[in-house]
Design a protein around this ligand. Structure first.
Ligand code: FES
Length: 70
């Protein structure tokens, strides 16, 4: 999979102004990662990302999968 690299202040979800750092923090608020879809739902619950137009969904999924796969 293509590597996704963003800086902490890069806004990943424009509608909700959720940054890379917000997603990273939300992911690391718990210790064990499960699958990407579950993590997406958790990050969405914590940050409200991807609850506007939904256009960032794939980008967020890619970001999460790159973080949890290290
Ligand atoms: S850019 Fe994330 S919901 Fe619209």
């Amino acid at each position: 999979m293509e590597e996704v690299r963003y800086l902490p202040n890069d806004v990943i979800c424009n509608c909700k102004q959720v940054t890379m750092a917000d997603i990273d923090n939300a992911l690391h608020s718990h210790k064990t990662f499960s699958d990407v879809q579950k993590e997406f739902e958790e990050v969405q619950r914590l940050t409200a990302c991807s609850t506007g137009c939904g256009g960032c969904h794939d980008k967020i999924m890619a970001v999460i999968s790159s973080i949890i796969s290290g």
